[in-house]
Ligand binder design. Structure first.
Ligand code: BEZ
Length: 249
């Protein structure tokens, strides 16, 4: 017999499923607030978020090759994020004067075809990196200080953490993937849906490319009422859990 469910939001629930007290940021937490100097002036993070979707992404260090390419790729994507109403801010544990010199290199590396139109936070004391759990115990700078991982935090309009990714210093991020997950999160925020693997390039062979799943919590009545075009896939188990619907519905 299955154990009785522990109600969410209770202490027992937290203890059972999230017993660690390490203080790390978890999905659904309101992200920490902080004041910082950035290449675009001082910010108070929660005010800067301004009720919008936002991406905060960190770099191991200024004047490093992989980071130089990442900032350039993000600069190329920035207009696309801006058009979706998504704010972008980078962070590196160096001071503003270092950032400003480095960002000129980034622009030159992109053949002077970009501007860096999003701010970069200066966190030389690592105070913000520590608050967000960005520090990587396996990589240190020349002064033996831990470097920040390549962290990505996607924050919702409610200031809550919706998604986080941590890459080691050795692996550069794919900005197309970051845009893909932002699109998926925004869609899921608006509707009771979840995106399949490789969305929006999913279920092509069944003629349902880009279709999305109804959440398991959507009842049959609500599915029929709100998602009239949805289709249930036949599964060997006979269970009706693979409910696809066009993403625009
Ligand atoms: C880089 O961005 O290239 C990098 C930074 C720190 C360690 C390794 C690579």
């Amino acid at each position: 017999m299955a154990a009785a469910p522990v109600p969410s939001g209770t202490e027992a629930y937290s203890k059972l499923y999230f017993p660690s007290t390490d203080g790390l940021l978890r999905l659904g937490d309101v992200v920490p607030n902080f004041e910082a100097n950035t290449t675009h002036g001082k910010i108070v993070f929660h005010d800067w978020l301004d009720g919008k979707w936002a991406i905060l992404f960190s770099h191991p260090d200024d004047f490093t090759p992989v980071c130089t390419t990442e900032i350039g790729r993000m600069a190329l994507k920035y207009d696309s994020f801006k058009a979706k109403g998504v704010k972008v801010v980078a962070l590196s544990c160096n001071d503003i004067s270092s950032h400003n010199v480095w960002l000129k290199d980034v622009v030159a590396h992109c053949d002077n075809k970009i501007g860096i139109d999003f701010p970069m936070i200066a966190d030389p004391t690592r105070e913000i990196a520590i608050k967000f759990g960005m520090l990587d115990p396996t990589n240190k700078d020349t002064g033996s200080m831990p470097l920040t991982a390549r962290s990505v935090f996607i924050i919702g309009p409610d200031k809550k953490l919706k998604l986080s990714i941590n890459y080691p210093a050795s692996v550069g991020r794919n900005m197309d993937e970051i845009e893909r997950v932002v699109d998926a999160l925004m869609l899921s925020w608006e509707k009771s849906i979840a995106t399949p693997a490789n969305w929006p390039h999913n279920h092509k062979d069944q003629g349902m490319e880009g279709w999305v799943f109804l959440l398991p919590t959507v009842t049959k009545d609500d599915a029929d009422k709100h998602f009239p075009k949805h289709k249930e896939l036949d599964m060997p188990s006979g269970k009706p859990y693979m409910r696809l619907t066009p993403s625009g519905q």
